[in-house]
Design a protein around this ligand. Sequence first.
Ligand code: ADP
Length: 720
Amino acid sequence: MPVARILFPLPLPEPFDYLIPDGVEVELGSYVRAPLGPNERTGVVWEIVPDQPDRKLKPLLDVFPTPPMGEAMRRFITFCARYNVAGPGKVLAMVLRSRGGLSPSPMQTAYALTGHRTNRMTPAREKVLDAAREIGPASATELARAAGVSAGVVKALVETGSLSAQRQPTDQPFATPDPHRPGADLTLEQAEAGQALREAVKTGGYQPFLLDGITGSGKTEVYFEAIAQMLVQDPDAQILVLLPEIALTQAVLERFEKRFGAAPAPWHSGLSQVQRRRTWREVAHGRARIVTGARSALFLPFAKLKLIIVDEEHDSSYKQEEGVTYHARDMAVMRAKQENAAIVLASATPALETTVNAEAKRYTRLKLSARPGTAKLPEVSLVDMRSNAPEKGNWLSPVIAKALQSTLAAGEQSLLFLNRRGYAPLVICKACGERLKSPGTESWLTEHRYTGRLVCHLTGWSMAKPDKCPMCGAKDSLMGVGPGVERVAEEVRVLLPEAKVEVFSSDTAKGGEAVRDLVERMAAGEIDVMVGTQIVAKGHNFPNLTLVGVIDADSGLQGGDLRAGERTYQLLSQVAGRAGRAERAGRALVQTYQPENPAMIALAAGDRDGFLQIERDVRAELELPPFGRMAALILSAPDAGMAKQIGLAAGEVAPHGEGITVYGPAPAPIAMLRGRHRLRFLITAPRDVDLSTYMSTWMNALKLPNAARVRVDIDPYSFL
Ligand code: ADP
């Protein structure tokens, strides 16, 4: 009997061998079940080798009715594991996120219209029949929910013969997109960019593009052209559109639906298990044609992936910091290579890494330099806070206060941006000076007034705001220091008592529904001033928004992160880009104490390329990424003594590597997290050094006690 080497989605060093029993059809990539220890586990056939009669092997149990994982996907898993210094089983675990998707959909009883009308109709019954007409055959619960009545009404209609029961799969296929529906009337430069993408799709093969267009220039419309071409050309081809999690709001999905007449298959952390298994199964069988998803969608087992779009490619949410640490943009390019697919990285503020790749002609750059119609980029002005200080206890400079008043008077909308959730980012005791910290974590607690709680934004831990200081016991002595969005909103309400003011952050808009509601109300002009965190920066079009105010432009510049300037520039130009997206001109006022910082100067001048050039020169000079390479080794232990000891031990076994420098161990900036003491090493190397191999050699030499944890971060973006 031949032997199958099965990779399991577990942190095991390699695949395990099993006999393939007679009569069981197994291919490379088949999803199978096999005994492992006392359990039965799901895995993937990684290799098939000839019989080995001298070895006593267990037979595998059975094969799932899912198309085998393709060779390109298997190569991608191997590459991803090697590059990011993680076991292939851990990468496979990211693929097998929905075991339910491996089996056919369960069946359910659905109720459909029969055409028969009873003469005993009631308003509730009418509602159910209307719902059945609208959504088609559905379960009693779904129909009742859609009609806003109890399930009993549905049952009663079955008895009267107006509805009939039928068995159907619970998970329905996704509607097929129609590429022939008309898109927008493209402007000349949009049409040219769209045509270049259509040509690339026609030619086929791995072709990477940078779609570099200012905010609101119609990048979405342009990549829709590539999608339409792909759908027309190949009836089996699948398309993956990656979006930052925050941007996966209804508004974006509705644009897909409008253009292609069908909602795309979704994949993100907010899906229920049932939605997850449905998308997974439809993707694996090649039936879902367009998938829109957050970074983890890159690990879906597409049957025939031919086009990948990475929208907002510079976005930091593409970097996964936990478990297998990877950068979804970089891995998407790798996956496109393996699949021989086209890939489009879209952004108004591409990452320096991407810009350098475009300059080196590794990516084809397509430029969009104007907004369609009369819309113009907003005028950006810096407000020097040294000469425009707000009154004590306030955060709005007189310049922004005046602009808010005149915008409201003109019947237009304003957006104030501050990347701090809650009311105040720090709580101190006026009596003893204690700053309240999260237990077991080096992080201040943030005061949230709406909920009356003190919250740790790092771990999510929270408590009701106590009326006494937990340290000295003084009564009513706790005071919030500094501004969060809630506090700025409070200030605006005092300044403009007649204005409708709303806070938009992950606290006020929990989940898709709430986000949609706020976005719709803002778009409809029901809100005068929106005060928001970075959640407002992306993807939204508010036609009547003409003023953007940035409260604290400098907040991202602190901390000495190598990308601090770049990130600040990206975020602020995204936020400023929300203004003036329709007929009325927009402006952005940016409060800063560092008006001479290159990021601020470039922002005011609208000189992105000048800014990138300065960044580029500095990084090239210092051999920082992308001109040099970096990795991090992060160690943690439950007590300080052990942390120190493993840090020293790890330093001792660091291999020697040509050109490689190892810094550390040093306490991490977040020196304690959830009760664990943390240390970091930073490793730098010239650009052509294979740091993955170096780090993996180091990891293999490490001998750590069980309570210690270690993580490798290749190309780190966070240094905390
Ligand atoms: P980007 O992704 O570059 O920020 P979008 O694709 O979201 O830009 O386009 C911004 C807005 O302009 C959207 O509302 C879009 O529908 C509209 N738009 C883009 N191109 C055109 C066009 N050629 N004609 C009319 N409206 C357009």
